[in-house]
Design a protein around this ligand. Structure first.
Ligand code: SAM
Ligand code: SF4
Length: 472
């Protein structure tokens, strides 16, 4: 056997875990909770896979390239594991997330170096799975267990929360019952389920005590939230937002991702009445063509979307709107695509994401006639992205000269500079002391760069207030 080439100090150190997150915000949250589980099992946090004994890839299956990336990553991890195996060092590789759910044991067949495959609804069992993997190779758990996953997750350690930053995701709703024709989520994440209000509020309370100031309530379909409150009554997202905003220390609340059909009156009204609710709404529309929306099973028309936008803007005139778009959906004609461009022009988005349609096995759209040629998809994507980028720059330029409340998150690129977020979710750079991290300050915007705003702090007035609430 070869000698262990690592320095003695490293050989003696406690094991470390590295969790790499792919895809959506839900996965970022799940990755943090898996790191929390690993911590309870005695694993410290590693900054890279090379430094870790337990490596978790928390995967995304939403588009084809997302899952192919995982297999190429696993190929590299296999080499690392083999090399270490020769010096008697054990490496445990876990594939979690939606690729794990969709492909299950097939992952072990394609890459035998994988020790554990665990789905998004059963990762709270990671400690038991780690023990099982010590006894036998290739453990798979892709169940949708009846038990409440969140009740089995350990609270995040305050030091881990502080390391993760002043803004935190909190999953409040999982799964989806909408079955849009292109989407794998209802198959990989299962049926729609909402966490109880009190469990979410308690989690937010722990986060703020550890320094979090912004909470992002997340779910695949977050505005379908319908959790039980303390009186065992079902409440919607508007009520949950009000509760979250009232937790001491919370300065800002956001939510994502929403479906147009679940934009209820009280949720729209919350944008006018809840001061801490950020003036930002990510509301995917996917297409501006009624024919395509129908085929996508979105269950609304382009005009319904525009009417919702009008109502949201009446409640909160300065709201920044964002959306997701799919181009090249089966059957999409030039006229359909032109309708999407027309909708974009009619709304004026502050930021957006556009994707080429990707045929996902098992979804109805994958089998539909009229699959669009990739060159056409690429042309449409470029045209749509250029328009969206133009709108983003227009929105950003309109901020110059305004005073925005910026929540400072971390040091900037050079000494004396700090980076924060505007209420509209833009990155803002300003000369500011590090002590402002976690505080909200008024910043006058003086310049726009392609992906950020630059400004000067004019009033850190709320800092004192913030320090008081942190001390309390
Ligand atoms: N629940 C959200 C909604 O109702 O729009 C979307 C969640 S999905 C995880 C995020 C985005 O991925 C979608 O809005 C859609 O634009 C994109 N997406 C989903 N499936 C896709 C596919 N098969 N091809 C391309 N993009 C896709
Ligand atoms: Fe997927 Fe969103 Fe449609 Fe649900 S509502 S199926 S998550 S795109």
């Amino acid at each position: 056997m070869l000698d262990d080439p690592r320095p003695a100090a490293q050989r003696a150190r406690a094991p470390r875990a590295f969790v790499k997150s792919f895809g959506c915000q839900m996965n970022v949250y799940d990755s943090q909770r898996m790191a929390d589980l690993a911590a309870v099992e005695g694993y410290g946090e590693a900054a890279t896979a090379e430094d870790a004994d337990l490596i978790v890839l928390n995967t995304c299956h939403i588009r084809e390239r997302a899952s192919e990336k995982i297999y190429s990553e696993l190929g590299k991890l296999r080499e690392l594991k083999d090399k270490r195996g020769k010096v008697g060092r054990r490496t445990t590789i876990v594939v979690a997330g939606c690729v794990a759910q969709a492909e299950g044991a097939e992952i072990l067949r394609r890459q035998p170096a994988v020790d554990i495959v665990v789905g998004p609804q059963s990762y709270h069992r990671l400690p038991q799975l780690l023990r099982a993997a010590e006894a036998r190779s290739g453990v798979v758990d892709t169940d949708f267990p009846a038990e409440d996953k969140f009740a089995h997750l350990p609270p995040s350690a305050p030091a881990a929360v502080a390391r993760r930053g002043v803004a935190a995701f909190v999953t409040v709703q999982e799964g989806c019952d909408k079955f849009c024709s292109f989407c794998v989520v209802p198959y990989t994440r299962g049926a729609e389920a909402s966490r109880p209000v009190e469990s979410i509020v308690a989690e937010i309370g722990r986060l703020t005590k550890a320094g979090v100031r912004e909470v992002v309530l997340i779910g695949q379909n977050v505005n379908a939230y319908h959790g039980l409150d303390a009186a065992e009554e079902r409440v919607g997202l508007a009520a949950l937002i009000a509760r979250a905003a009232a937790v001491p220390g919370v300065r800002r609340v956001r939510y994502a991702t929403s479906h147009p059909n679940d934009m209820t009156d009280d949720l729209i009204a919350a944008h006018a009445s809840v001061e801490a609710l950020a003036p930002y709404l990510h509301l995917p529309v996917q297409s501006g063509s009624d024919r395509i929306l129908l085929s996508m099973n979105r269950r609304h028309l382009a005009s319904d979307y525009l009417a919702i936008v009008d109502r949201v803007r009446q409640a909160r005139p300065d709201i920044a709107l964002s959306s997701d778009f799919i181009v090249g959906y089966p059957g999409e004609s030039d006229a359909d695509f032109a309708a999407t461009l027309a909708l974009v022009r009619a709304v004026g988005f502050a930021s957006s994401y556009a994707f080429k349609f990707s045929a996902r096995p098992g979804t109805p759209a994958a089998e539909m006639a009229g699959q669009v040629d990739d060159t056409v998809k690429a042309e449409r994507l470029a045209e749509l992205q250029a328009l969206l980028e133009h709108q983003k720059q227009t929105f950003n330029r309109a901020c110059v000269g305004r005073r925005l409340e910026v929540l400072f998150e971390k040091p900037g690129r050079h000494d004396g500079q700090a980076i924060g977020r505007s209420p509209y979710q833009q990155a803002v750079f300003a000369e500011a002391p590090l002590s402002l991290t976690g505080a909200v300050a008024q910043v006058e915007i003086v310049d726009v760069r392609p992906n950020s705003l630059h400004g000067r702090v004019v009033s850190p007035a709320s800092q004192e207030q913030d320090l008081i609430s942190r001390a309390g």
